[in-house]
Write a protein that binds this ligand. Structure first.
Ligand SMILES: CC(C)(COP(=O)(O)OP(=O)(O)OC[C@H]1O[C@@H](n2cnc3c(N)ncnc32)[C@H](O)[C@@H]1OP(=O)(O)O)[C@@H](O)C(=O)NCCC(=O)NCCS
Length: 182
């Protein structure tokens, strides 16, 4: 999958804190895994190999507040039209300011710019994703995901995650700028 141009979106929380959502620089790869290591330890999120994070840094977005990485999200590509939104996390101190929602919107935008038509996610935060345009689906409709992650997952018999899908239509409206467009 070819990497797209770096995305950048300066935003402001309702409380007025300025933060940015953007493609991380390669030297920022190490700031990503610590954002969800507690969730991985608790068995609520799948681990990500740090080497793979660095290798595919163009498939990640981070949220930064005063140049500190406080949020992340990534895309995993299954085909020319289907990808998965994975590893969404916001640091506990930065939550409930809208950053998670903006990261979801930014990930959908990245998928749109890569020519994707559908964005799959598996989550327990169903309402958060529904508020950002995702609709409930059934994971068995996505054998690419089932065979890659669900089949080997130790929690598959007690999985409480819900599959949701975002359909990117030709009416999709871009909110982000790339470095080329600024
Ligand atoms: C899930 C997660 C990423 C959400 O991040 P977040 O930055 O808190 O997300 P948002 O602020 O956009 O939304 C969180 C809540 O705050 C509310 N909110 C959004 N903007 C707000 C604002 N300006 N002021 C107050 N509340 C706000 C939202 O309505 C939302 O409500 P909900 O909890 O009922 O869904 C974060 O809780 C997290 O990292 N959790 C651990 C990892 C995890 O569960 N990841 C999801 C795996 S798919």
């Amino acid at each position: 999958m070819t990497a797209g141009a770096a995305l950048s979106l300066p935003v402001r929380t309702a409380q007025g804190y300025p933060y940015a959502i953007r493609t991380p620089r390669p030297d920022e790869a190490g700031t990503i895994p610590p954002l969800f290591e507690d969730e991985v330890r608790a068995g609520r999120m799948l681990p990500r190999d740090p080497v793979e994070v660095r290798t595919h840094i163009g498939d990640w977005l981070i949220a930064t507040l005063d140049e500190e990485t406080v949020g992340c999200v990534s895309l995993v590509f299954y085909s020319d039209v289907l990808c998965e939104l994975r590893s969404l996390a916001v640091a506990p101190t930065a939550r409930s300011k809208g950053i998670g929602g903006h990261l979801i919107e930014a990930a959908v935008e990245m998928a749109y710019r890569r020519g994707m038509r559908r964005v799959l996610t598996l989550t327990r935060r169903v309402h958060l994703f529904e508020r950002h345009g995702f609709r409930r689906d059934v994971v068995m409709n996505y054998p690419e995901k089932v065979w890659k992650d669900c089949a080997p997952c130790p929690f598959r018999e007690m999985c409480d995650e819900v599959a949701l899908i975002y359909h990117i239509t030709p009416l999709f409206r871009s909110r982000f700028t790339t470095e080329d467009e600024e």
